[in-house]
Design a protein around this ligand. Structure first.
Ligand code: AVI
Length: 348
């Protein structure tokens, strides 16, 4: 096989378990990486933290709770779409191998795996051991004979390892749960480039993404009446306090969700209720009243903007399935066949 593989990708959510029904959420950066993220982000103007910082153990549990809230429909919509369309998906991809980047609890993977008659092996890529355990168990029930290979690493490394393992086999790579929404547009474009360069012409890439919907629906989903999303957001301050010896006063910050229509994204912020100085290790971080730390961008797509993600790549969108009621899309990409005379880097 080839592998220009995902070298240039630096996802906002690096190597993670994200799916909406995930048991863990995107993986937490390890200690030093977390501190670096925090120090760098709090020095920026405006202040911001990468969304991966939200997912320590408690953050992952809170994200799991969010996925069950009536106002956050990503998991339900995606699971229903996969259930309804699994035969079409399977006949288009017809995979012998499936690689899921961030399988979460594995429920969605199990649905797809059960519908793929030629399936021989499943690669699970996640930094979280818990997600690997849960998803391996779910796949083992759905496809007891399939070989299950765990990659406790980032998406990039895991995908590279998985593709290296079996050249020339139709492989379906899945990135579900609207994880793509937490990639900045340039990172999403890079991901698509790398993915299209890494997959062979018999392989497919299935991408799940949340669609643009009325603002009030986003505000309910990202600032829910039970306050679970607010806790999820503020937990990053708890994490900074405990991992970096900081003294954030949780009562001095408020959760805010903002729909940024021009950027087509919902943003999560922590708003400082007063002017204050916070000690973070040896650093002193000053806040003006109403100054915010942006903790997440969640980009929302249109069906055609998802298909256009393939525009600057060797991918074509070969299938798209929409949940019109909730506003969710599954899009399948395949590399267009090489023109005669062009150099092949296939593994398939
Ligand atoms: C993990 N990710 C796709 C979620 C999202 O919708 O962007 C994280 C989340 N943030 C608030 N609620 C859920």
């Amino acid at each position: 096989m080839s592998s220009p593989l995902l070298k240039s990708v630096s996802p906002v959510v690096a190597g993670s378990s994200e799916s909406a029904d995930s048991k863990t959420g995107p993986a937490a950066p390890a200690g030093a990486a977390f501190s670096d993220d925090v120090r760098r982000g709090l020095r920026e103007s405006p202040k911001c933290l990468p969304p991966r910082c939200l997912y320590d153990e408690l953050g992952s549990l809170l994200f799991e709770a969010i996925c069950r809230l009536p106002w956050y429909g990503v998991t339900r919509a995606e699971t229903a779409l996969l259930r309804d369309r699994r035969r079409e998906l399977s006949s288009l991809a017809n995979p012998q191998s499936i690689v899921e980047l961030g399988p979460g609890g594995g429920e969605k993977l199990a649905l797809v795996a059960a519908a793929c008659p030629r399936l021989k092996r499943v690669h699970l890529v996640d930094i979280s051991e818990r997600a690997l355990d849960d998803s391996a168990a779910a796949v083992a029930v759905a496809r007891p004979r399939a070989q299950i290979i765990r990659h406790a690493t980032t998406f990039e490394h895991g995908l590279r390892q998985a593709l290296n393992r079996h050249a020339k086999r139709p492989t379906l790579v899945m990135l579900l749960g609207s994880t793509i929404g937490n990639y900045e547009p340039e990172d999403a474009a890079r991901l698509m480039q790398s993915m299209s360069a890494s997959l062979g012409p018999n392989d497919t890439f299935l991408l799940g993404a949340d669609l643009v919907k009325p603002e009030r629906e986003f505000l309910l989903a990202y600032d829910d009446p039970l306050g679970v999303t607010a806790s999820f957001n503020k937990n990053v301050l708890v994490r900074i306090n405990s991992e970096m010896g900081a003294d954030f006063d949780l009562g001095a910050f408020t959760h805010r969700a903002v729909w940024n229509a021009s950027a087509s994204r919902i943003e999560m912020h922590l708003v400082s209720r007063r002017a204050q100085a916070v000690r973070v290790g040896r650093m002193t971080v000053r806040f003006k009243k109403n100054e915010t730390i942006r903790t997440e961008n969640s980009y929302k797509y249109q069906p055609e903007s998802l298909r256009l993600l393939a525009a600057a790549t060797d991918f074509d969108a070969v299938g798209q399935w929409l949940d019109h009621d909730f506003g969710y899309a599954l899009t399948m990409f395949r590399r267009r066949p090489l023109r005669r005379g062009s150099r092949s880097t296939d593994h398939g």
